[in-house]
Design a protein around this ligand. Structure first.
Ligand code: HEM
Length: 212
């Protein structure tokens, strides 16, 4: 434990919240996240997502992926600055984020673009797709090593280094969104700002955090 919240302990309210959260099994997150993805697919298949269901599904999965990436990046600052302990849920958040990026990619590739040559053409010709693809590729080693066996095999130091790949992946995901949006729109810039802000918080020297 490294900061004021850790040394003096979280505020009493936060201790209650953390106590309540400890009783929530992280598996609930996997079940809820997967069920939500399946529900959206069902809606798309049955006309519940409007007249362009494939596009709508692709967008919903992409947005959820980005939101989960932001949530994953917020776990450490929330603990360090507010004493809120979401660490037990971090792996589930990360794995779900990857699942949604994968689903987003598959809807695009299999249901939308459909042919290998067109998929390849889009990846090399459209910069925002290229950036999304690099972000997706960056997340693959993280997803493959998000299990206890990988942590044991790599050792905690190498594992932690490897998982810093989440930072460029998050930035690439947000830049992908900013790029594909027509003109400068608030929402994509908001996600990019949130990600850069959460990453910047990690650079705040420990002493300032202790004083804060
Ligand atoms: C870290 C990885 C990624 C993240 C976080 C992400 C996120 C997003 C988001 C938030 C949107 C906009 C959704 C909306 O407008 O509501 C989007 C759209 C899109 N993404 Fe991704 N994406 C990622 C990777 C990819 C990959 C790998 C591909 C394909 C190779 C891809 C292709 C697309 C396409 C085609 C659109 C829709 C563009 C349009 O409608 O004009 N994305 N993505």
């Amino acid at each position: 434990m490294t900061d004021a919240a850790d040394r003096t302990g979280p505020a009493p309210v936060m201790q209650h919240v953390n106590g309540a959260l400890r009783r929530v099994p992280p598996s609930l997150l996997y079940v809820g996240g997967a069920a939500w993805g399946g529900w959206l697919f069902w809606l798309a298949a049955t006309g519940g997502l409007g007249v362009e269901p494939i596009e709508a599904l692709e967008h919903r999965y992409g947005k959820l992926a980005l939101q989960l990436i932001v949530a994953g990046l917020a776990v450490t600052p929330l603990r360090q600055w507010a004493g809120l302990n979401l660490i037990p849920f971090r792996r589930a958040i990360g794995v779900l984020a990857f699942g949604y990026v994968l689903a987003h990619f598959l809807v695009w590739a299999v249901l939308d673009v459909q042919t290998l040559s067109a998929i390849w053409a889009d990846i090399v010709k459209r910069p925002y797709v290229t950036i999304g693809m690099v972000g997706f590729a960056t997340l693959i080693p993280l997803a493959l090593t998000s299990n206890n066996r990988a942590i044991r095999r790599l050792g905690p130091v190498r594992w932690r280094h490897l998982h810093k790949l989440a930072y460029p992946a998050a930035v690439l995901g947000a830049v992908h969104y900013v790029w594909l949006a027509k003109g400068l729109q608030f929402e994509p810039l908001f996600y990019l700002g949130a990600i850069l802000g959460l990453l910047a918080l990690r650079l705040v020297p420990r002493k300032v955090r202790v004083a804060g």
